[in-house]
Structures are given as C-alpha cells and as structure tokens.
Ligand binder design. Sequence first.
Ligand code: ADP
Ligand code: MG
Length: 633
Amino acid sequence: QDGKEKHAYQSDVARLRKIVINSLYSHRDVFLRELISNANDALEKLRLTSLTEPDVLTGAEQMNITIQATRDEDGSGRIIITDTGIGMTADELTNNLGTLAKSGTSEFLSRAESDTSGNGNLIGAFGLGFYSSFLVADRVQVASLAAKSSKNPDPKQYVFSSGADENSFDIFTDPRGNTLGRGTEITLFLKGDAGEYLEEKTIKDLVNKHSSFSTAFPIYLLTHRVEMVPKEVPEEEPVAEEEKPETTETPKEDIDEDEVVVEDVTEEVEPKEEKRKEPELVPVTREEWVQMNSQPPLWMRDPKTVTDEEYENFYQATYKDFNKPLAWYHFSGDSGSGVSFRALIYIPSQLDDSYWQNPLQSVTKDIRLMVKRVFITSDLGEDALPKWANWVKVVVDAEDLPLNVSRETLQSNAFLKQLRGIILKRLLQLLNRIMEDDPEKWAKIQETYGNVFKLGAVEDLKNREKLVQLVRFATNQRNSTSLDEYLENKKQGQNQIFYLADMGKSAEELSKSVFIEKLHARGYEVLLLGDPLDEVFITNVRRWKKIGFQDVAKAGLKFGDEEMTAEEEKAEQEALTEKYKPLIEWLRKEVREKGAARDVIISNRLVASSCAIVADEHGYTANLEKLISSSHA
Ligand code: ADP
Ligand code: MG
C-alpha cells in the first residue's frame, strides 16, 4: 500500500463538507476547538487502551497536544496540530475521515441543507468536527502513526490528503517515514483569507476560550520571540544554550520541532565564567513551546475561581452546543460508599428536537465519567437517568475508583449505582434554587421543561413529590400556579382541586368555558389544562396533599360554548395525536406488555377517561403508575 491511493468520498461526506463550508463561515473559529477535541479524544482512547494493553504507549513518552503556525516564504500559511494519541492506520484514515459512520446522517443532512439560519446549530449538535478544517484550509493533510498493538505490531505512518474542492482524497505512505513516534499530525494549508490564524495571539485566545479547560492533557503552542543574543565569534566556542539570557519568569527549554518538553526546569543555571568581555548583541528569533492550559481542568477547580464565561465556554465546547447553558451546578461530595468526587451539572437552554419524538430512548450519553481526570466513559447504560432527566449534561470526576474499571465492572460498581441518585438530587436542588431566586430564569425553565416535570412526576416515583412542586398550571385567576399555591388559595370548605381539561385549547380559551364561569363567579380557582401531558399527569398523580382532582365538566356533558366546529375539533385532535404519537405508543406498549386491560388514547376531553379512572381508582391508574415507573426502577 505504498503507492498513492485515490478514494472517492462517500456521497454524504461530500454533501456534509459543502454544508460545513457554506453554513459555518461566520463560525469558522470552531475548527481549532474541533481538532483539539479530536486530539483529546485520541489521547483519552490511548490512555484507556493502555490500561489493558501497555504496548500502545510505545513510540512517544508524552501524552500531549501541540500547535504550531508557520508563515511560508510565499506568504501562505500552515497550522500544524499534533497529538500523541491512539493514531490511525491507513484503513482508519480512510474510514474515519472519508465516511460518516453515524446513523441518521442522511436525514440530518437534508435538514441541515434546508437550514438557512446560518448559525450552524445543526452542525454543532451533530459534532462534525474534522470537516470544519475546510473552513480555513484549502488543503488538509493528516499524517498518522497508529499506536502499536497486538493487531498492529509494526505500525507505519500514513497520510490522508484532500483539497477543499475535491471529491476524493489520497492515502499514501508518509515519505518522511515514521516521524511521529505515535499519534496524528494535522496540517492545514490555510486559505488566503485565513491569515489571522497564524497569529500567536489569535490561537492563544481561541485555545483559552474554547479548549484550555476541557482537556486534562497539556496543549503547547510553538511561540517565537526575538531576543538579543551575543554574536557568535568564530574562533571562540559557540554560545552554549544554557548561557542564553533567561527573561521569562518560568524557565522553559528550547527544543526540537518534533519533541516536546513537559518537565518543568526549575533549577537556576549560574553563568560558569565570570570573566567575559562585553559581547556584541544580535537579534535572534527563538522558538519556545509554551503550555497554554496550565490550569487544572475546569471541573477540578474551586468554583469560586471559575467565571461564568468559563463555565459557558466549557459547556459549549464539551457538549457541542452553540447556545449557552441555562444554568449549572458545580459541587463536590462524598458518595457515602467512600468515593469522593467533583461534579458539574448543566441545564441546556433547549431540549433536543428528538426529545419528544423518542420517548423510548432513555439512555443519556452526556454523563462524562472521569476517574482522577482520566476519561472513562460517557455511556452509563442501565444506570443512566430516567427519561425526564436524560437531557442533563454532567461531568463527574471520582477520586477513589480504580483506574482500570471496565465498562462491565462499572455496571456493578456501588458508586455508579449511587451516581444516578446524586445527579437527580442536585439537579432538583438547582431547579429549586432557580424557582426561589430567579424568576426570569424560572420562566425560561418552565417554557422549556414544564412538560418534562409533568412527565417526571408520572415516571419517577422516588422524586414525584419534588417534581410535582416544579409543575405549573394556568388557572382562571392567574397565569401560573403550583399545586401548593393552589391549595393555599382554596376556599373554606373546598376539598377538591378543580380543573378543566380540553386538549389543545389555550388557557385563555378554556377560561371562557361555561364550566368556569359558575365557579369563577363564586371565587373558586380552576386549573386550565390544555396539554395532553396534563392528562397523563392528573391520572397518575391523582391527588396532592390528600386532596383529589375534580373535573369541573361532568362526564357526558357537551360543552355549550364550543367555538370550534366538530370538524375543526377533529383536525385539532388528530394533529395533537400525531405530535404525541411516540409517547402514547410507548405508554400503550407498556400498558399492554404488563397486562393491564386498558389502552392509552388521546382523548379530546379528559372528561371521559378521568371518570373511568375515578370509578376504577385502585385498578387502572395504580397499574399504569407502576408500569410507567417500573421501566426505570
Ligand atoms: P467525531 O469526533 O464526532 O467522531 P470527527 O469528524 O471530529 O467526528 O472525527 C471523525 C473521526 O476521525 C473520529 O471519530 C476519529 O475516529 C477520527 N479522528 C479524528 N481526529 C483524530 C485524531 N487526532 N486521532 C485519532 N483519530 C482521529
Ligand atoms: Mg470530533
């Protein structure tokens, strides 16, 4: 495989590259973050693999990331990003960079192609890192030397090369040989208008902003500075390295391009000779590797020292979200089983488009579990969160877990079993704090997560009380009330929580109902329920503080003030049924599988089904409750 091999991009890749190049132009800074994130992934993979196969560490001692920018004679520029991670074989270069392995790609692509917002949200959410290189580069060359392993005992360095406008890429043996030791070197041949990325300051700023705190591996930048040094006099000994004037506070070493210094050189070097003639000074450009992320990763820092902006940038870089997070909670704790940990929880500002579409999917991939800063997994499998909370983004770093925990032993690990409870508890605390202290943010939370809390109250029996307290309803008297507030406001002698439910109607429409009029006039507050999830909520929660819900529209009664024609009503119901189809289908499947007699339907009025449930109080509802919760117990 020594000769050049030409490969056509998979058609999806060609489409994708086009979208990336066209739609992300104003966000082209992201290329650096994406490449550093890939380097970090490759290093994490190497470290993880080395626990079971130490051979992979062969070839390069350090685990780090380096960046250098070079302006060539003709004015063109290159950025070279290198990591000593797991590397890629020729096949891996072809497959990882030439095809899109992710499922749902085609669907995503058509959505992205029709997305004219230009904010790159879709791309960001999909995490299409590598192709962002073409935002700034005409040509990208990836040289990679895969880590030595039993499968690959004699690794060879290969190159992937592709131009931004080409529909194919080349794979060939690196003519330079195995220069890397181990890992991957990405060379971006910058576009004419991307010269700003050659500036040290630009690179430093970008790394600081997006990447410095998201990786536990050091990132070095090759910097250049001009220094006045003694002119070399031919007949004397050349000026020794250690005699060069040290001007920086932290001593650093000069080194070869393909070698990176990691140890701190702290010893002071005294000039050896005292008797020296005043030498003539000449300017010399010195190269120096400077570590850009000398701080510990953000989640390990004292929360008092982390700024909001840092929390936001870390979130955006780690979870590939162009939006800022709505809120976060950074804490440390002790699991009770003797594991001390630090954790950082984020509430995103939006739910994924797919959240209500895929109610069956209850596994989150966004809990990053680290042990002593080493990434272990983001797939907690069965121990993941219940569906209502599976959107939460978490970093957990445990101090006292064995480093070589495998995915299998993780499943039976006591700490992991507790982790779910810990995350939910803190998430609920965070939500409560927002509820009490920050009305503006609370309104946003309600807008995005209001229905999620209803779902949670149905699904998560253990936290039902707390979740019910987060649920808000509109009433005939106010825009928003909790059930507690409702009870505080009830009239003397009132021993029911009144509600009127008519799916698809707005609170305003509901408030005009004749059923409300009578109660309203007499000073009663009535919950106005227009969302199908309200039905699920009421039929499962059934009472609050021992007070039951009561439908103010009697069963069988026809609304007298219908503003919709029967046809319009039917169309409305169909639309809503379509919207909540996956949820209903899931509930229905649960109900049927576990042998409950009843079906689950979306009814136009709560009236009929809620009456049926009241009549069968200890049967259907209790069962449904168990069924729903059992799938997450
Ligand atoms: P993602 O990181 O989401 O998988 P990318 O487009 O960023 O998508 O990268 C595609 C794939 O290419 C990665 O999954 C990885 O297998 C491979 N890859 C990219 N960069 C590197 C690297 N520096 N070292 C090793 N493999 C890499
Ligand atoms: Mg990536």
